[in-house]
Write a new protein. Sequence first.
Length: 294
Amino acid sequence: MTTEPHRLSVVRGGENRLARRILSISIHAVLIACSILMLYPLIWMLAASVRPQTEIFQSGSIIPSAIDFSSYVRGWFGLRISFGTFFWNSFVIATLSIVGNLIACSLAAFAFARLDFAGRRFWFALMLGTLMLPYHVTLIPQYVLFLNLGWVNTILPLVVPKFLAADAFFIFLMVQFFRGIPRELDEAAMMDGCGPWRIYWKIMLPLSMPVLATAAIFTFIWTWDDFFGPLIYLNDMRSYTVQLGLRSFVDSSAQSDWGGLFAMSTLSLVPVFFFFLFFQRLLIEGIATTGMKR
């Protein structure tokens, strides 16, 4: 009498495990298919960069018939200025932007999160309101200002605003993180004679490495991939960034070097990939912990 229900439960348990396994395999298959679909443009670009110039748009297969690295040599030295100059310019602008954002935004966030001053809520709300302003709204006034200062055709319009806490998103991100750090640490430091500057430098910054790394990664990626800003302010080819250098391969009035374009586009992704790879843990930790702060 007791064996039959036991057998039924065993059969049902096996069917449930089989159904869960089939569901898991199906989900993984769909995710793999979506990943391949999303990576297809990148794979095609990589294949085109090592494909012979005459077969880039003629071959229907993603696998090249022959491996040809001449596009990398032609892309690196094919322009009037070596492409290494563009990489250097982008690294300089990205590095200065990271330093400026981390210093200025962390100071502003510390003031909003820890200091009591008149109109703090108003200024914080006004700062958040700037997030809703499109970049193109302030483009003309900024250009006129930088033109009068004589900064056009230099990297100053791309770097100096970073040292003035112009990125409200990072300020808001750091404010949320700073608010999650116990105030008892500040009170204990004040009892030991620490002022606001020492509290900021000795307590807040060492405890805020995840959110600082998050801001640094996003700053690097956004600055490295920025095309519109350098296009507006940089006129001399010697000061071009990577994105402007890539545009130089395509000329509507002459022959375009598609092989060199795809080769340099592939190389331009390498710094972003390794930067994200090295700081991936801190990025995920910073986003996760910031989302939990109140």
